[in-house]
Write a protein that binds this ligand. Sequence first.
Ligand SMILES: CC(C)=CCC/C(C)=C/CC/C(C)=C/CC/C(C)=C/CC/C(C)=C/CC/C(C)=C/CC/C(C)=C/COP(=O)(O)OP(=O)(O)O
Ligand code: 1GP
Ligand code: MG
Length: 228
Amino acid sequence: MYDIRQWRHVFKLDPNKEISDEHLELICESGTDAVIVGGTDGVTLENVLELLARIRRFQVPCVLEISNLESVTPGFDFYFIPTVLNSRDKKWIIDLHHGAIKQFGDMMNWDEICMEGYCILHKDCKAAMLTDANTELEEDDVVAYALIAEHMYRLPIFYLEYSGSYGNPRLVQRVKQALKQTQLFYGGGIATEAQAAEMAQCADTIVVGNVIYEDIHKALATVKAAKR
Ligand SMILES: CC(C)=CCC/C(C)=C/CC/C(C)=C/CC/C(C)=C/CC/C(C)=C/CC/C(C)=C/CC/C(C)=C/COP(=O)(O)OP(=O)(O)O
Ligand SMILES: O=P(O)(O)OC[C@@H](O)CO
Ligand SMILES: [Mg+2]
């Protein structure tokens, strides 16, 4: 399924983490709508290429979420490009993007590119620390970022990121109610069927990451729960 707007559940695989062939097959054949390859640290061309080749044995749509320029390679179905809206450092909002487009803009296939407006809310996660995200936000601040994403920047995706910790469903629901066009991704701390079902009610698409490496069966159970 290549219509991102229909995606309800995606797995995020970290190229910097080990996964066995058996577990990778279970993930790719799980019925998830797509697999995103991405992580904050230790993402290299070598480990991205290795994971891409292994995922390509299956039919599942495969996305590279770009975290650095060195690890970008052809062969993915889509490229998701994060911009961290609540970063205090404009490097993570626009500067890296400006440098990349200056260098590669004339050879990009824009149909494969999808921008993600991140709002990172877990202060201790790697992505928050790397990008110096301001996580001390009121609910109204978060909704304001969502409205900026939709109405000012017209971003296709607004991504509420709680990586490593389960977020606040009430806030996710509030953000969802504020968005009309922009697709709401929620990711962070989903480790049970109940959590997957709850966040799938609040967001358009849920992203399941770390539990893949902690308990594969719990990870697999999130797929059905999200689609119920
Ligand atoms: C060959 C081909 C297809 C060419 C295309 C041309 C090309 C080079 C296009 C690139 C164009 C472009 C504009 C690129 C952007 C460049 C860039 C580096 C942007 C910055 C991205 C950014 C803001 C990164 C910050 C970190 C971040 C938000 C990462 C997302 C992943 C994430 C949040 C992971 C969660 O953390 P995790 O690592 O899982 O944490 P744990 O390990 O603790 O679990
Ligand atoms: O790893 P977890 O905590 O499941 O979060 C998923 C994803 O949002 C990370 O970018
Ligand atoms: Mg992770």
